[in-house]
Design a protein around this ligand. Sequence first.
Ligand code: NAD
Length: 318
Amino acid sequence: MAETGNQPTRIAIVGAGNVGSTFAYTLMLSGLASEIVMIDTNLSKAEGEVMDLNHSVPMTSPTKIWAGDYKDCAGAVVTVITAGSAQKPGETRLDLVQRNADIFKQMIPEVAKYNPEGIILIATNPVDVLTYTAIKLSGLSPNRVIGSGTILDTARFRYLLSQHLGVDPRSVHAFIIGEHGDSEVPVWSLANVAGMHLPDFCRLNGRGCGDEEQERIFAETRDAAYRIIERKGSTYYAIGASLLRLVEAILRNQNTVFSISSYIEDYYGIRDVCLSIPSIVDRGGVEKVIMLDLNQRELDGLRSSAEVLKGIIRQLKL
Ligand SMILES: NC(=O)c1ccc[n+]([C@@H]2O[C@H](COP(=O)([O-])OP(=O)(O)OC[C@H]3O[C@@H](n4cnc5c(N)ncnc54)[C@H](O)[C@@H]3O)[C@@H](O)[C@H]2O)c1
């Protein structure tokens, strides 16, 4: 996979912090890319990460890894954006959004200038608002700009459900949709194991799946980042693994369904916002946003989530 014909498979990573370097490490171990370029305003940090990564190449697969600049995004199949600043003490959420949007104003046009054909994959928070911002700033077709969205929340949800149900997380089919954040929505009505809705699975297999269990599992899913940040300062392994899986689906044209954030043209009347819905991802980016058979409660939750995001977007100075 590392080469496509005679073309090297290049992945560019903007932001060599915890998320960017963890993703670079998983990508190098995967052998999916033959070239990895890391770009950061803190060049010394990017260089340090690159040196450390390069010293693991002899134990893994041949990969060219270097600290570069935006020109090096040229030809990258995917440019993964993990650059941004974290919330400062006393700063409101909106101040943070504006600060990261200002970083995007400088960064995204550069990526698009050197790589008008590539896919941009965004992890920087708040990811839904910044995915919308990147679409506006890049001029790329919206299906080529993807936010990691609730792929991580969905992974957390499946893991917690798997622990409760006693099955492999990969055998749990369940999604979190909407904002990657406090207004996200669990789609309980479609969650299943072995094709059985959870109430049936639980009844026939001696597990409890009542309102109390559901509330606890969802609260643990939604609040996981807070709990991790309290303990270790930031989260990066699971987002690194999620970004790798997305990049794999793109490179290998896998048509995989992920809950990712993308531009919503018209979804049950929700328009002109980026949020997460299970979507098919292939070599071209977002191939299709899947229509789900949501119940009224889930639909109301999704609409409120869209309103929260639109409220923030309206206040942004783009
Ligand atoms: N989407 C998700 O599920 C998810 C999960 C975890 C973290 N995140 C987000 O990822 C982002 C990065 O987190 P982190 O822990 O790696 O932070 P970090 O502070 O460790 O790294 C951020 C890096 O961005 C760089 N940077 C800042 N401005 C830049 C610019 N203009 N151009 C290039 N580089 C620039 C910094 O120098 C730094 O190295 C944050 O916004 C965080 O909230 C998202």
